[in-house]
Design a protein around this ligand. Structure first.
Ligand code: GAF
Length: 384
């Protein structure tokens, strides 16, 4: 893929590019907690996008999306959202740099990779982070990595219309080979946790469906959580977000809540506790307990947060019936995309075969499975 992207760049723009790599992510546990100031445990994976970039001494940027085989050109003096949804992720990043007074000059870009779109593996965050990283490099802005993450997140808010938390962009930029990163989404402190994978693999089961309520429901969940916080603040003025709420606080005021809001809050408060427990289990090498937390996370997302769907639930139920699977859950925003499964290495083939057969029988859809390897975050590939 890398070679193809470089060749395409040279064919289109007749010069030697800088090449940047930017990965997608998995999230082991801690779903829909990031925008509630809570905890997440993602890792960057070997589903990646390559960016070949060079400045072009003009006032426009030209971009070629290799996977879509589409090209577009934009005036840097008039950066605004366009009709092309793929270009908006690029424009969003350029807009953020300009807003922060970085002088983005003309550039040419070819990008493409193997992150399946709409599978919940954060292809959009990989695009945003990869472009931010590449422009920072070629124009010598020296923007700290952390600020690039913030700009990438803001690009998603303003140009993709999703009020996402910070997890995906953070994981894409700060991933580390063989480690998951536990991020405190309030303080933005983080710790790396070694993933002892000698006997296990992380397997993704891609439902191949994306129900189209995903982004509207995402923003609705945020509002429901905010409504829960606003209510609790009447009793506990010190509460700033669901991160500050305990199970006891919630239960004490259950009767006062609108029932949907109560369910959403219950899920988030318990999920934050589960992330802490799962991290302790990881430290102790207790993968069995870790897996149980994954299943519990899924049940919360299914019944209380209500962001799952029948395809995801089916896959988790199937996995639960297999002894070789330690844990499984839906991953990311929900309503489709992938489940993440912790599977014993010696049963990998049986697992994928049985899952594919069962899914085909139930939905008539070919399930795609990927064994995810944990890799480093965005990096410069060439010049090395
Ligand atoms: C999406 C968002 F982009 C993340 O910020 C996060 O909220 C996730 O859904 C749910 O955990 O991937």
């Amino acid at each position: 893929m890398l070679q193809e992207i470089k060749d395409k760049f040279k064919a289109l723009y007749s010069q030697e590019p800088v090449v940047v790599r930017s990965p997608g992510r998995v999230n082991l546990i801690g779903e829909h907690t990031d925008y509630n100031d809570g905890f997440v445990l993602p890792a960057a994976i070997n589903k990646e996008i390559y960016f070949a970039v060079a400045s072009n001494q003009t006032n426009t940027f030209r971009a070629y999306a290799y996977d879509l085989q589409q090209e577009a050109e934009f005036d840097l003096n008039q950066v605004q959202p366009s009709d092309s949804s793929w270009a908006n992720y690029l424009l969003g990043v350029v807009a953020q740099l300009q807003k922060a007074n970085f002088d983005v000059k003309g550039f040419d870009l070819v990008y493409g990779g193997n992150i399946p779109i709409g599978a919940g593996l954060s292809s959009s965050a990989a695009v945003e982070c990869g472009l931010a990283y590449a422009l920072n490099h070629i124009f010598g802005f020296a923007i700290p990595k952390f600020d690039l993450v913030k700009m990438a997140q803001q690009a998603e808010h303003e140009y993709a219309g999703v009020k996402c938390g910070i997890m995906d962009q953070f994981a894409s930029m700060y991933g580390r080979q063989d480690y998951a990163v536990k991020l405190d989404c309030r303080s933005l402190d983080f710790d790396y946790y070694h993933l002892e994978m000698a006997d296990y693999r992380i397997v993704l089961c891609d439902t191949q469906v994306k129900h189209n309520l995903a982004s509207s429901e995402y923003n609705t969940r945020r509002q429901e959580c905010e409504a829960g916080v606003a209510h609790l603040q009447r009793h506990y003025p010190e509460v700033k977000s669901l991160r500050d709420v305990t199970v006891a606080m919630l239960e004490q005021h259950q009767e006062e809540f609108e029932s949907t809001v109560y369910k959403r809050c219950t899920y988030v408060v318990h999920e934050n506790i589960r992330v802490e427990e799962a991290c302790r289990a990881l430290e102790q090498g207790d993968m069995k307990t870790f897996g149980e937390k994954m299943y519990a996370s899924h049940r919360g997302l299914q019944h209380n947060y209500e962001v799952s769907c029948e395809e995801l639930d089916f896959l988790v139920d199937q996995a639960k019936d297999m002894d070789a699977v330690l844990g499984a859950r839906m991953m990311g925003g929900g309503f489709g995309g992938c489940t993440i499964n912790l599977v014993q290495l010696d049963a990998l083939d049986t697992f994928t075969q049985q899952m594919e057969e069962a899914y085909k029988l139930q939905f008539g859809i070919h399930l795609k499975t990927y064994v995810a390897e944990i890799v480093d975050g965005s990096s410069l590939v060439e010049p090395s």
